[in-house]
Design a protein around this ligand. Structure first.
Ligand SMILES: [Ca+2]
Ligand SMILES: [Ca+2]
Ligand SMILES: [Ca+2]
Length: 203
């Protein structure tokens, strides 16, 4: 004999399905943000290798201030990242040291070199725009040479400039990558100074 579902049984089934979906949505978004964070960290690790290759050829890590390249800065925003992009895409020595893909680079603060300065910043990117590396969420990645740890750096996060202090080892209170460099992303939450920030330091 065929038995039909009663209205109450149907309601119970629907309630259980809704509850399961409600439980799994945060879990899935957690998995997604973890995998995006991993992708950003992997990108920063690739930048780290390129920075080390540059340093083998030039005898120092790329600077994080335009002054060192003989360029007047346009603004404070993303300066370290912009200088890094110029240095890693140089045609000097055995450069370019990094092949930036379309979404790995952008100009969140919309600045450009002055025409008179294009010679001072040879780059295989062939643009006068001052591009900075971007994380998976489209926010600027900060780069700091150890010389600039004390003053920190500025990155554009969600369209707003934010100041970032250099990372210190909690136990030793010394800067991470003390004699090298640091790379920084604000992480999945797009906020500076929270637990999901991503740091990669040189050796
Ligand atoms: Ca800038
Ligand atoms: Ca820029
Ligand atoms: Ca964060």
């Amino acid at each position: 004999m065929q038995r039909r579902f009663t209205l109450i049984e149907l309601l119970v089934v629907i309630t259980v399905v809704i509850a399961l979906v409600a439980i799994s949505i945060p879990a899935l978004s957690g998995i997604r943000s973890r995998s995006q964070r991993k992708a950003t960290e992997a990108f920063m690790q690739r930048l780290k290798l390129a920075i080390e290759s540059y340093s083998n050829d030039f005898g120092d890590y790329p600077p994080s201030s335009f002054r060192k390249l003989g360029i007047k800065k346009t603004n404070d925003d993303n300066e370290g990242g912009e200088v890094l992009v110029r240095c890693l895409t140089t045609s000097d020595r055995s450069g370019p040291y990094f092949d930036f893909k379309e979404l790995e680079i952008g100009n969140t603060d919309q600045d450009s070199l002055r025409n008179s300065e294009t010679g001072a910043a040879k780059s295989t990117l062939r643009t006068t725009e001052l591009l900075e590396p971007l994380d998976v969420w489209g926010n600027a990645i900060l780069y700091m040479h150890n010389r600039d740890y004390d003053k920190g750096g500025t990155v554009n996060v969600n369209g707003q400039p934010a100041t970032v202090k250099a990372h210190e080892n909690e136990k030793t209170k010394q800067y991470s990558g003390l004699t090298s460099f640091q790379l920084y992303s604000a992480g999945p939450d797009g906020e500076v100074g929270t637990g999901d920030d991503v740091w990669v330091a040189g050796e």
